[in-house]
Design a binder for this molecule. Structure first.
Ligand code: FAD
Ligand code: SIN
Length: 530
């Protein structure tokens, strides 16, 4: 068994920012970060557009950023959270820059500000089109300079430890005491006991398969928190990014940043028509829920598999400077942005809901905190405004740090039993994991996609129960493996998405159910969804 003051699960922007802050302030306290792949693998690493922050006082204001966030969230944001996050933005950005993160500057020496869907002003700071990779690099560099942080790559959190796991001397009130962890290299399971545990485990994109997220995004933290009886909310609000590069095989979904539309690119259907003005007066720069639903509608009307992003009218010198990675990636796929339209299709991108936390990042389970994409803070409501996610992670990492700096950090004396895998054996049927994963992803894409219906959601539950039963039987008989745990977690997450979808009776933001149309005010015209 290992003991630590703070166990951090995840090494994206949320986990690393919290770890750096608490380690700098308390050199005598220990921080252990576990992360299931290499230390930089995360959704953070792939972030393109940037961080939304109000910096241009002449044109922009907190009031405008707050208003844009509330409009995008379609009436379901917590206004006090929105105000707190937006106002904290500039200070948190300054800190990130002090740790060595490089952002682009314009010719006047000011931070270069981009624009994305739903933003009324230019306010997105960025590092070319690889902002996330630069943030991840800078944070990891700082982490390695701090002696009291131990980072354990290729370590997978299996489950949080709560009273349920204790065999004797259970405290009266349930709480989190750390986690059971699989060392993926040695295939051994050990206990990490912690005074406080932070879930910073990111998103769920792989539940859909067709996603902009890397393969680590399997919703483990949300599933673990759910099993530990934490409150999970707003799971129906899965955000689909409008413009993932289209591939006939539907597998790799490289993101074409929304900042490209902010730079002036047009969406066109196969007939060449610029269709977005038919749906929203902000056209290509409407919020992402509206753009994705409009593309979905266009595809349903025509039977096409994708639409196009047209950049051919843009200043190519400037484009290549802002978006060198996108330019290169398209070239690799034989798409010359200067002359060709980019084929694009919406893909699962971000989860607006998750583990419910208060402004200090506290979950409903004592000693368990959560930060970043795995949480539901109230900032995003029914649909996240572009580039508000990195900002949210920075602000909440700071809030949790502040709360824990003042909290009583007494260690609890507990006897935690070792992980019990009695009666299990090495699994012989790995095909079962792959088969059920494919079934789960197809189910979520076909029945729980951009446009839902009660009958498809009900069918999805029936199918999911079959997958669940088969996987649970396999799990009970098998030694733990990462792929089996991830599949189990994705099934938990899918259940939450489907059940919470069925509970929502009004269409809001990223949630659209054809059976709710009569109860809803919708900003999209000309809908003929099925
Ligand atoms: P992540 O960065 O995903 O980190 C999660 C970590 O948890 C990973 O290290 C993972 O390995 C680890 N982990 C997960 N499960 C376990 C487990 N069981 N055991 C151990 N470790 C585990 N947002 C913006 O604001 N601006 C943007 O420009 C932007 N662009 C984006 C572009 C792309 C392609 C994508 C995919 C997302 C983008 N987003 C953007 C969203 C944003 O990047 C993410 O929401 C944010 O980075 C999430 O940070 P995080 O720290 O919460 O999670
Ligand atoms: C993008 O660059 O389009 C992604 C921005 C985001 O998800 O916030």
């Amino acid at each position: 068994m290992m003991t630590t003051n703070y166990l951090v699960i995840g090494s994206g922007i949320a986990g690393l920012t919290f770890s750096v802050k608490i380690a700098e302030k308390f050199p005598d306290r220990t921080i252990t970060i576990i992360t299931k792949a290499s230390e930089d693998e995360s959704n953070t690493k792939y972030a393109q557009g940037g961080v939304a922050v109000v910096l241009n006082a002449k044109k922009d204001s907190f009031k405008k950023h707050i208003k844009d966030t509330l409009i995008a969230g379609d009436g379901l944001c917590d206004a006090s959270v929105v105000e707190m996050v937006v106002k904290e933005g500039p200070k948190r950005l300054e800190e990130l820059m002090a740790w060595g993160t490089n952002f682009d500057f314009d010719t006047s020496g000011n931070l270069d500000l981009g624009k994305e869907g739903g933003h009324s002003e230019y306010r997105v700071v960025h590092h070319k089109d690889i902002t996330g990779a630069e943030i991840e690099r800078a944070l990891l560099t700082r982490v390695h300079q701090l002696q009291n942080i131990t980072i354990l790559p290729h370590h997978f959190a299996i489950d949080l430890i709560t009273n349920h796991h204790l065999t004797h001397k259970k405290p009266n009130k349930d709480a989190c005491y750390g986690a059971y962890v699989l060392d993926q290299k040695t295939e051994t399971i050990f206990t990490i006991k912690a005074d406080s545990t932070l879930l910073a485990s990111g998103g769920i994109g792989w539940v859909y398969g067709h996603t902009t997220n890397p393969v680590i995004a399997t919703g483990d933290g949300i599933a673990m928190a759910y099993r530990a009886k934490a409150k999970i909310l707003d799971m129906e609000f899965v955000q689909f990014h409008p413009t993932a590069l289209f591939h006939a095989d539907g597998k790799s979904s490289f993101l074409i940043s929304e900042a490209v539309r902010g730079f002036g690119a047009y969406l066109r259907n196969k007939a060449g028509e610029r269709f977005m003005p038919n749906y929203d007066e902000r056209a290509e720069l409407a919020s992402r829920d509206i753009v994705s639903q409009s593309i979905d509608n266009e595809l349903k009307k025509t039977g096409d598999t994708h639409v196009f992003l047209d950049c051919t009218h843009l200043d190519m010198m400037a484009f290549k400077k802002h978006f060198p990675n996108i330019y290169k990636k398209c070239k690799k796929h034989n798409i010359n942005i200067e002359t060709d339209w980019i084929p694009v299709v919406p893909a699962s991108h971000y989860l607006c809901g998750g583990i419910d936390v208060d402004k200090d990042g506290k979950t409903s389970v004592p000693n368990l905190f959560a930060c970043g994409e795995c949480t539901r803070t109230g900032l995003h409501g029914a649909n996240r405004l572009a580039s508000n996610s990195l900002l949210e992670a920075l602000v909440y990492a700071h809030n949790i740090f502040k709360y824990l700096s003042k909290a009583n950090n007494e260690s609890i004396d507990l006897n935690i039993p070792n992980w019990n895998d009695e009666g299990t054996s090495n699994p012989k049927e790995y095909v079962l994991i792959q088969h059920n994963l494919r079934q789960l992803q197809a189910l979520m894409r076909d029945y729980v996609g951009i446009v839902r219906s009660n009958s498809r959601l009900t069918k999805a539950i029936t199918h999911l129960d079959l997958i669940y039963n088969e996987v649970e039987d396999f799990y009970k008989a098998s030694k733990i493996s990462t792929s089996l745990c991830e599949l189990r977690n994705m099934i938990n997450v899918a259940h939450l998405i489907i059940n919470q979808s069925l509970d929502r009776k009004e269409n809001k933001g990223g949630y659209f159910n054809v059976d709710n149309v009569k109860n809803s005010e919708t900003s999209i015209k000309n809908r003929s969804f099925t």
